[in-house]
Design a protein. Sequence first.
Length: 464
Amino acid sequence: MHPTNHGMLLTRRMIRASTLALLLVGCPSAYGRPSNAGSGRMLDMGRRPWRARASELLAERLPQTQPPSSTELDYDDAALTALAQNLDLRAARAERGIARAQIVEASILPNVRLSGALDIPTDGATTGSNVGYAAGVSWQVNPLFALRTAIAAGRLEAQAVELGIAWAEWQVAERARLGVVQLTFLRRRLDLARRIADELGAREGSLERSMHEHDVTALELATARSARESACLTALRLAQQRRSARLDWLDTLGLVPTSPMRVVSHPHLPEQRNTPSLANLIRRLPETRLDLIGLRRALEAQDERARVAAINAFPAIELNLGRTLDTSNLGSFGVGVSIELPFLDRNQGHIERARATRERLRETYFARLQAARFEVARAYAERVSVDERLRLVRESIPHLEQLVRRAEEQAARTNLSVVSVYELRLRWLGRQLLEQQLRQRRLELRVALELASGSPLPSRRAGP
């Protein structure tokens, strides 16, 4: 038989043998290949259009302006400054490089392996012989089978990372806004407490002068002094709270504790209107919470990883091309296929690990969704309660003010106890402080609702 025909016959026989071996060991589905059902269908949720950058994901949530360059920040200015300066966000954004590296890693095929050998005659009848050699090239075929799946998994993981960064940015921006709310109302409450202390101090001085004229008793003077001291203590407590809140705010902005940055005197705070219902907020959570969308992307990526693990259970195939020349000057060209028979190692460990990871991500998603529902529900319920209390407090303030004025007029004409007048006045001033505290809490709960729901609430910007 001609040598060329003999080589072709040998190649066909090797291919037939390889096919028979594959039939004997079976296909990857025999080893528990994951179902093709995607996570989106499994979770029964629509897919949100993907936008590649976190800044685009936040486009509908934050104003499209540049961070301010002044040392006074408004409500939205603080959010933009925090996005630009926060150190935790800078560290989180570094994960983008890792995600891109995973895509590159998934798209790399194995190297071609080159082998060679020399056969040098040294002993015996070496006359007429020459130096023989063998050269071969081999390459693993299996990575081609899972290439598209591995790249798809890497891209989905990159999207999950990007969504995680966007979620972190949303949280930081809302915390910066929350700091503006707290600092603004703490300043207003502090100013009110100081005015109350100054007013009570002036009245105490007047009563002290009246006491020397025997128009006021020692008990009445002691009551006035106690009221003034109580107002001073309240002012000191509010001042301490404001200093602590300012440090937390500067930390969120990514600035040093000695930074001159402060909130503008009259920030434009949002006033809530047409609040969505609780049922609507909870229903839209899977589409508004960026962390939940990111978990779905991570779950889809793990589906692809599970498929890669199943495909890798396929018997390892290696193609070999060789050229040899023996010492008698007889050359040959060979084609070979080596197949790993997966009787013992069928990639069971990787498949089971991929399955377990997918199940863990699935349960994590539902656990976080449940936690988000209750976060929204608690903030919503407290906001309703605060609104009711704020309405009652606002209605009571004018009545208390009128009662104080009448009591003061009556005390000037009759012998009405100054203690009673002071008790009424303290109740009136305390009610004003409570109103400011409830207004602060109302805006804090608005930010809490935005944080928990993952989307801005309908509002209009208003001054103090």
